[in-house]
Design a protein around this ligand. Structure first.
Ligand SMILES: Nc1nc2c(ncn2[C@@H]2O[C@H](COP(=O)(O)OP(=O)(O)OP(=O)(O)O)[C@@H](O)[C@H]2O)c(=O)[nH]1
Ligand SMILES: [Mg+2]
Length: 316
């Protein structure tokens, strides 16, 4: 089957072709490039909203994702979900739980759900996720939701590739402070205190608002919402906040900034993995010894190794 046929099938929303398209993207940069070419040169360029959802374990990310899927489906939109686990080489465990929580939508042909885990392909998830995001937008999904597991640095990096980043908190977890430490506050475009059906939600909202006031925001001040993903309370307000942020992205020019950042992340991941692969071997050991002996500084050693890397690639 040709890339053209796969992309054409993905455009029609055929799950098997969407899956094939994403597998091509995951497997190698060349395939990712031909998918992108096919999408760009095919029909009109479509633009969708990419929503990143992050937050501490168990805060309700998957339940919120499921609620958003339901709401967008009511508006007749097609939705794709990427559930990303950067810390695990297997798409089992937590992601399996996610799938169960999203099961309501499993038979809906307007919904496509895919798990992505670190599997050691060239560039890894850092390259595959932004490419997959753009491909899902390109083949006509109206909303692409990216849920990460947990809030480690790689999860934050992945969530921040989205157009609109939703940070979830829950009452009484002392989340605000933790979040500030984890660097999660800086990436949030919208904050939501989930499980608002429980006590203490108002206090968490106040705490978050206070922290946001201390932050440096230019042009967009993140709203803090109160939601309950299981009952659906606050989900309409979440949709409105997402739409408002999307409108701001377009008027402020930030949409293009974020698109560029996605590509930059993808490129950086390839640079990192290809150069890192050349950081092995006796020649490199020798350079390290020279740095140890004070004959070479580390910066000069880096230039030296990079030069050799490019020469080996035939691009002096
Ligand atoms: N009371 C209450 N419980 C909720 C709410 N939203 C989610 N939960 C429950 O919280 C638990 C965890 O929900 P998930 O949606 O799996 O949370 P998650 O953030 O995706 O979890 P991980 O992916 O494992 O980090 C489940 O038992 C949900 O039913 C809510 O609004 N109120
Ligand atoms: Mg989850």
């Amino acid at each position: 089957v040709s890339v053209k046929e796969i992309v054409a099938g993905a455009r029609l929303g055929r799950p098997r072709d969407v899956a094939r398209m994403l597998t091509m993207i995951e497997n190698e940069p060349q395939s990712a490039a031909s998918v992108r070419r096919e999408l760009v040169h095919g029909e009109s360029q479509l633009s969708a909203t990419i929503i990143g959802i992050t937050g501490p374990p168990g805060v309700g990310k998957s339940t919120t994702t499921s609620a958003l899927i339901g709401a967008y489906r009511q508006h007749g939109m097609r939705v794709a979900v990427l559930a990303v686990d950067p810390s695990s080489p297997f798409s089992g465990g937590a992601l399996l739980g996610d799938r169960i929580r999203m099961q309501d939508h499993a038979t809906d042909e307007g919904v496509y759900i895919r798990s992505m885990a670190a599997r050691g392909h060239l560039g890894g998830l850092a390259a595959a996720v932004p490419a997959a995001m753009d491909a899902l937008v390109g083949c006509g999904f109206d909303r692409v939701i990216v849920e990460t597991v947990g809030v480690g640095q790689s999860e934050i990096d992945i969530a921040s590739l989205a157009d609109t980043v939703l940070v979830l908190m829950a009452p009484g977890m002392g989340d605000g402070i933790q979040a500030a430490k984890a660097g999660i506050l800086e990436i949030g475009d919208i904050f939501a205190v989930n499980k608002a059906d429980r006590d203490g939600a108002d206090a968490t909202v106040r705490e978050l608002r206070a922290m946001i006031q201390l932050g440096m925001w230019s042009g967009w001040t993140p709203p803090v919402l109160k939601v309950s993903a299981t009952t659906g309370v606050g989900i309409d307000e979440m949709l409105t906040a997402i739409d408002e942020h999307e409108a701001w992205l377009d008027t402020s020019g930030q949409r293009q900034v974020r698109r560029r950042a996605r590509i930059r992340t993808e490129i950086a991941a390839y640079i990192h993995t290809s150069v890192a692969a050349s950081l092995q071997g006796p020649a490199v050991d020798q350079v390290c010894d020279e740095v140890l002996a004070g004959e070479l500084d580390a910066m000069a050693a880096a230039s030296h190794i990079l030069r050799r890397f490019l020469e080996a690639k035939g691009q002096p």
